[in-house]
Ligand binder design. Structure first.
Ligand code: MEV
Length: 307
């Protein structure tokens, strides 16, 4: 049985979303995780996942292993105490720890392929719930936005704990994603923001409120077919993320390079400190902005159309 899941990118509202403010995120189908589950002749569950250098038996992994724990959680959910002999192949083009949701995408594709192979395919809602539980094991206090966008493969306006709202794009628009190539685990930046939020509660609450306003205006602009407003909103969101301390010299450099090359606005995207930034561009300037990002040190770029 085979399954696939896309990457994701946050347009507005990262970090604030952990504190119940709204955020906007969209799937990125240019990168994905593919999982294939096959019956095996030799006993045990063998996993091949070259992107994390994993080639081995499930039973040899520590119980909290990022991929092993997904499989164990699913067996538990399906009441499987003696799993059949399996070969699980996982191939991913989503960079790890780059803010594109690689972990959630592996979990979604793995749970879908494995549950279907075990003749008990889980509906989206259960896939989403289970992946959120797994995200909590590895990421501390995730908002749930990554698993939601990736499970449903649709743009979402996300507020933690509330029913899923997707949004429509009145007019398609183009985003260039630039990867600093610096791995930055979300858990760390989310943990640091939490420590600072405890110390500077009023200031951080105010920043989260300002970010919430931007997410709200951005959603309206997208839905009413006025994406041209997004550039300035991204610039403002980036400044607020700098105040939350989650930008970095490399991210700032790429943001500036994108704007100098003609992007209408840019910001970091995801947990920050490293990982990715995004730039809002006119379709015609996407290639030159991507080129400028590479010249400024980006390890790779992705041009994606939203809507
Ligand atoms: C990570 O993709 C986005 C953060 O807001 C964390 C989260 O929402 O769980 C930084």
């Amino acid at each position: 049985m085979k399954s696939s899941a896309p990457g994701k990118v946050i347009l507005f509202g990262e970090h604030a979303v952990v504190y119940n403010r709204p955020a906007l995120a969209v799937p990125v189908n240019q990168v994905c995780v593919d999982v294939e589950v096959l019956d095996s002749d030799s006993a045990g569950v063998f996993i091949d996942a070259p992107m994390v250098n994993l080639h081995g038996e499930l039973s040899a992994l520590p119980p909290d292993h990022a991929i092993g724990s997904v499989i164990l959680n699913l067996f538990q959910r399906l009441n499987i105490s003696a799993p059949p002999a399996l070969n699980i192949n996982i191939v991913s083009s989503i960079p790890v720890a780059a803010g594109l949701g690689s972990g959630a995408a592996v979990s979604v594709a793995l749970i879908r392929a494995l549950s279907a192979h075990l003749k008990n395919p889980l509906p989206d809602e259960q896939v989403n719930d289970l992946v959120f539980e797994i995200e909590k094991l590895h990421h501390g206090t995730p908002s749930g936005i990554d698993n939601t966008v990736i499970t449903y493969n649709q743009p979402v306006y996300f507020i933690k704990g509330q029913p899923i709202e997707t949004f429509k794009t009145g007019k398609p628009f183009t985003i260039v994603i630039g990867d600093t190539g610096i791995p930055a685990p979300t858990k760390e930046s989310v943990g640091d923001v939490r420590r600072l939020w405890i110390k500077n509660n009023n200031a951080f609450e105010n920043i989260f409120n300002e970010i919430a306003q931007l997410s709200l205006i951005a959603r309206r602009s997208i839905e009413s077919g006025k994406p041209e407003l997004l550039g300035e909103l991204m610039n403002q969101n980036h400044e607020l993320l700098q105040q939350l301390t989650v930008s970095s010299p490399e991210l700032d450099r790429l943001v500036t390079a994108a704007k100098t090359a003609g992007a209408l606005g840019a910001k970091l995207s995801g947990g920050g400190r490293g990982g990715n930034m995004i730039a809002f561009v006119e379709k015609e300037s996407a290639e030159s902005v991507a080129q400028a990002l590479l010249s400024a040190g980006a390890k790779r770029t992705i041009v994606t159309e939203v809507g």
